[in-house]
Design a protein around this ligand. Structure first.
Ligand code: NAP
Length: 318
């Protein structure tokens, strides 16, 4: 039997889509993935999700989302999707050795942190290498830390880490930051933050835990070791969209494209779209949005995707 709608992914976008689709009696099937809950599962305190005066823990927030959608009839499968066939409805979704079919699909597979890909990095993840200051910062009390990157995320991570660290050194590959003015000003004003310009981390040194980073200065090509207890990588994100390659249109970076230029009846008065180039397939959250990347914006897009899917199903008489 074909489902009315399958939602792939279970971060704020997927679970909000599930809530709206469930309340519209579409009995959505959510394929959660083995890392259910998305990036908020590796976040501690969330202070900017509206409705929580005192903040909320990321995993608690996602559990609340999940239960709320379940209350209205959302169903969950804890497997990863291995393959999709989106040429025409009913769409086929393969997960956990099972084939599922659906008249509409909402893709909300999120994004993951990009890594440097240098020697020692993979081996020392969780042993001093981290992509999440809010998750791991408190483990580095009184230590010297390095943050790699020059964007807003890197500044945010560095500023947060000054709560715990003795000193935070930002290593950036150019001599100017990409971060917004306000974040740059905050970082420059913090006397616990130092900058190493025109440099890249070439190796993470350490056996059981991070002991140093080997830096290469890109101007004079000199190598130097900096003793640190931890390295936080903040060089951007990669959308989890490889499953959809050659089936859905993406940017060169792999973010799914929606709306303008892809759908015949695009409405400039309603520019925020979740429709992809395949009729009946919608996309929402960080797999689409490389700019805002907030739980609340992802949730908002999930709501839009469910409404768009519902309207589309209705127009097709389902
Ligand atoms: P981003 O703006 O793309 O910045 C990535 C940074 O990493 C850049 O400085 C880039 O260097 C550097 N980088 C990329 N690949 C690298 C590599 N292989 N080795 C070394 N350095 C590398 O990403 P983001 O900081 O994650 O921000 C993404 C979006 O979220 C932005 O729109 C940002 O404004 C937003 N955001 C906002 C806030 C806030 O306002 N509080 C917080 C976080 C994120 P180059 O500069 O040389 O390219």
């Amino acid at each position: 039997m074909s489902e009315k709608v399958i939602i792939i992914g279970s971060g704020p976008a997927g679970l909000t889509a599930a809530l709206y689709a469930a309340r519209a009696s579409l009995e959505p099937l959510v394929i959660e993935g083995v890392e259910a809950g998305g990036q908020l599962m590796i976040t501690t305190e969330v202070e900017n999700y509206p409705g929580f005066v005192d903040g909320v823990l990321g995993p608690d927030l996602m559990e609340t989302f999940r239960k709320q959608a379940e209350r209205f009839g959302a169903r969950y499968i804890g497997d990863d999707v291995s393959k999709v066939e989106l040429s025409q409805p009913p769409f086929k979704i393969f997960a956990g050795g099972q084939e599922h079919s659906a008249q509409a699909v909402i893709v909300s597979t999120g994004a993951k942190a990009q890594m440097l890909g240098v020697a020692g990095e993979q081996k020392l993840i969780g042993r001093g290498v981290s992509t999440c200051a809010t998750c791991d910062g408190a483990f580095f009390r009184g230590q010297q830390l390095v943050v790699v990157g020059g964007g807003d995320s890197a500044m945010e991570e560095a500023l947060f880490l000054t709560r715990f660290a003795e000193k935070v050194t930002v290593v950036h590959r150019r001599d100017e930051l990409r971060a917004s003015k306000i974040m740059q000003d905050r970082a420059f004003a913090n006397d616990k933050i130092d900058f190493v310009w025109n440099s890249v981390v070439e190796e993470v040194v350490g056996d059981q835990k991070v002991e140093a980073v080997r830096l290469r200065n890109l101007v004079d090509d000199q190598l130097s070791d900096m003793a640190v207890g931890g390295m936080f990588v903040a060089i951007g994100h990669i959308p989890n969209t490889s499953l959809f390659a050659d089936q859905l249109e993406t940017t060169p970076d792999g973010y799914l494209l929606t709306g303008k230029g892809l759908v015949a009846d695009w409405d400039p008065l309603s520019p925020f779209e979740t429709r992809t180039n395949v009729e009946g397939v919608f996309a929402a959250g960080d797999c689409v949005d490389h700019f805002y990347r907030q739980a609340i914006t992802a949730a908002g897009m999930g709501c839009m995707a469910a409404i768009d899917a519902e309207r589309w199903l209705e127009s097709k008489g389902h």
